[in-house]
Design a protein around this ligand. Structure first.
Ligand SMILES: [Zn+2]
Length: 221
């Protein structure tokens, strides 16, 4: 129905793929697929209430409530990346401004590094941060803090027991999660008087979406 990064609007993807492949096709959101994979095979096996964000080019999101994926009326629930965190902030591909993913994503990471004079992006930036390069570390600190602030709003809204972070940017592990935990503790309503959910990197890494898509297709068959 709508894909902000592909400029697809009402694209009959399932029918077109089905015609080409000659097979039944199920279309699922990649973050929903990743969360389902984590529920079947990963960290979310025993959890019932989970928020997942996948940090890649943008932010993907998925929500599990009482052990079931919550996809919403249009199947579009969990588009956390387009929650407005900065009024009149940076323009976003979705057509709005100030969306969370403009401050917390692979693209944002490269931009924070570029603003500080580095030309590195992607895995090279992660490697530089692991080598204690101050600019690369600073970029992860910025993205990590934005991650924590955004998650504070999601935790306030859904009170999950577990928050999973997946996608390419999550490969940095604690470089990202440590500042995110601090920002989450700082910004969460009732902090100090409630259990703050565990914040972990997803188990299945870049394969989570593929594994979840296969599992969900098996369920639909
Ligand atoms: Zn947006």
């Amino acid at each position: 129905m709508f894909a902000p990064h592909l400029s697809w609007r009402d694209e009959p993807l399932r029918d077109r793929l089905g015609e080409r492949l000659g097979l039944p096709v199920t279309v699922v959101n990649d973050a929903n697929a990743a969360l389902w994979a984590e529920h079947v095979h990963g960290h979310a096996r025993t959890a019932r209430d989970v928020v997942m964000v996948t940090l890649g080019t943008g932010i993907g999101g998925a929500l599990m409530i009482d052990g079931r994926l919550h996809v919403g009326r249009n199947g579009m629930a969990g588009e956390f990346g387009h929650i407005r965190v900065v009024p009149d902030g940076r323009p976003c591909e979705c057509g709005h401004t100030g969306c969370w993913e403009q401050y917390c994503s692979g693209k944002a990471l490269s931009r924070f590094a570029a603003d500080a004079g580095s030309s590195l992006s992607g895995p090279a930036l992660t490697e530089a941060a692991a080598r204690r390069d101050p600019v690369a570390r600073g970029a992860y600190l910025d993205v990590g803090r934005w991650l924590g602030f955004g998650l504070a709003d999601l935790v306030a809204a859904f009170d999950p027991e577990l928050v999973l972070v997946g996608g390419g940017v999550s490969a940095a592990g604690e470089l990202l999660l440590e500042p995110a935990r601090r920002a989450l503790d700082e910004a969460l309503v009732g902090s100090g008087h409630r259990e703050v959910p565990e914040l972990r990197v997803a188990t299945l890494g870049p394969y989570a979406g593929l594994v979840g898509a296969a599992e969900l297709t098996r369920l639909a068959a």
